[in-house]
Write a protein that binds this ligand. Structure first.
Ligand code: DAT
Ligand code: MG
Length: 149
């Protein structure tokens, strides 16, 4: 089953939106398979955002992600990578549709609440970067027959 990596950023945690954000993915029907509340090291932040290392906002982004704790998660389900990106909304919250997390709760591209992997291969890389195998739980939610035909 497809998996994605989601991370509630420091602004989401500081603003008390952890429950609200998790609720969206849970209510949709995705399965939580990994979750940890953690401080992010500079090394991890730099590796996570490696693709952006030449961009002018890179240093500020690393400083932001390491400034306060985050909630790192792995979620599983049919089409979860693309679906989670839709639930999250556009990178700039001012362009994000109402009903998306960034559209409903965000104001600034540098404070956009949550990260979600942008492709299946990216998700695999990010899951391996943030979680060990033993931190991921394989389990069978009893509601599965009520979510999938
Ligand atoms: P996304 O998080 O939607 O995948 P991205 O991968 O293009 O967006 O960028 C990663 C993060 O970097 C993004 O969530 C916020 C920050 N960022 C992107 N573009 C930015 C910009 N122009 N100014 C400041 N921060 C930016
Ligand atoms: Mg991205």
């Amino acid at each position: 089953m497809e998996r994605t990596f989601l991370m509630i950023k420091p602004d989401g945690v500081q603003r008390g939106l952890v429950g609200e954000i998790i609720k969206r993915f849970e209510a949709k029907g995705f399965t939580l398979v990994g979750l940890k509340f953690m401080a992010v090291s500079k090394e991890l932040a730099e590796q996570h955002y490696d693709v952006h290392k030449e961009r002018p906002f890179f240093q500020g982004l690393v400083e932001f992600i390491t400034s306060s704790p985050v909630v790192a998660m792995v979620w599983e389900g049919e089409g979860v990578v693309a679906s989670a990106r839709k639930i999250i909304g556009a990178t700039n919250p001012l362009n994000a549709e109402p009903g998306t997390l960034r559209g409903d709760y965000g104001m600034d591209v540098g404070r956009n609440l949550i990260h979600g992997s942008d492709a299946i291969e990216t998700a695999q890389r990010e899951i391996a970067l943030w979680f060990t195998d033993s931190e991921l739980v394989n389990w069978g939610p009893t509601q599965k027959p009520w979510l999938y035909e």
